[in-house]
Design a protein around this ligand. Structure first.
Ligand SMILES: Nc1ncnc2c1ncn2[C@@H]1O[C@H](COP(=O)(O)OP(=O)(O)OP(=O)(O)O)[C@@H](O)[C@H]1O
Ligand SMILES: [Mg+2]
Length: 243
């Protein structure tokens, strides 16, 4: 089976800091890979190399066997990679529908002039959120939503655009316990639909709740990779601190 994603020997430096050092991994359809590691270990840098934010200095990225080189996040999204960043890239002042379509808004013509098709955005957003069993007021600006609802909108966007790969950087960090459960449940649903997921978290409970495999980074390098069913929290923590 061809992996959806293969990262081969990725290295990224910021001035004198090697944020990512020769890291490789594979990811298969319907698989959840968790990235673990202490603050500054290189987790966000790794996913940003895949989502087109950073161009790695060395290494290659293959999507379904074909080498890709994204010069910006738009190109990565067009290739089916949706990313939910640590700071959550929703536009606060726009409503839920507009956020699902952010940067890819449908247009209609009125009196010969092109304009945003807001009705379509709202109805399509409503459909996708319904299928995910997410209840939010679609006409509210997203800054009026809770953290969990914001995550749900971002996940809904990934589904709507039929992401092959969804990257989530600390999706549960700012959430209350019920909302964390909801995000974990949504991840299971996506996985069942064959979407591959990279999930970054500091919370080992969440990691073991969703991951098939766990890749641990330590100061930019791969400290180890384990099947979730063949390891336990203590071993992951040891890898994280280099013990
Ligand atoms: N844009 C940047 N410019 C300079 N240095 C950076 C930049 N982004 C990350 N770094 C550095 O690269 C290293 C890895 O950072 P990164 O954000 O990838 O860590 P992380 O594992 O995501 O940490 P956290 O768990 O705190 O989010 C750190 O030393 C960080 O200071
Ligand atoms: Mg980070």
């Amino acid at each position: 089976m061809t992996p959806i994603l293969e990262a081969r020997n990725l290295t990224k430096r910021f001035g004198g800091v090697t944020a990512l050092n020769n890291v490789s991994f594979e990811l298969f359809p319907g698989e959840v890979l968790a990235l673990a590691g202490d603050n500054g270990a290189g987790k966000s840098t790794l996913i940003k190399c895949i989502s087109g934010v950073h161009l790695p200095e060395e290494g290659q990225i293959f999507l379904e066997g074909k080498e890709v080189r994204f010069s910006n996040p738009r190109e990565a999204r067009a290739a089916g990679i949706e990313t939910i960043y640590q700071d959550l890239s929703l536009a606060d002042n726009l409503d839920v529908g507009a956020n699902v379509f952010l940067g890819r808004e449908p247009m209609r013509r009125r009196l010969g002039l092109p304009m945003l098709d807001r009705a379509k955005m709202r109805s399509e957003a409503s459909t996708v959120l319904d299928t995910l069993d997410i209840q939010t007021a679609l006409d509210r600006p997203v800054n009026a939503l809770s953290g969990g609802q914001r995550q749900a909108v971002a996940i809904g966007r990934a589904i709507y655009w039929k992401a092959r790969l969804l990257i989530m950087d600390e999706p549960t960090a700012a959430l209350g316990v019920p909302e964390q459960r909801k995000v974990v449940e949504l991840i299971h649903r996506l996985k069942a639909q064959g979407v591959a997921i990279i999930f970054i978290s500091h919370n080992l409970g969440d990691i073991f709740a969703v991951a098939d495999r766990i890749l641990v980074l330590l100061r930019g390098s791969k400290a180890g990779e384990r099947k979730a069913s063949e390891t336990h929290g203590d071993e992951i923590v040891k890898l994280m601190v280099g013990a």
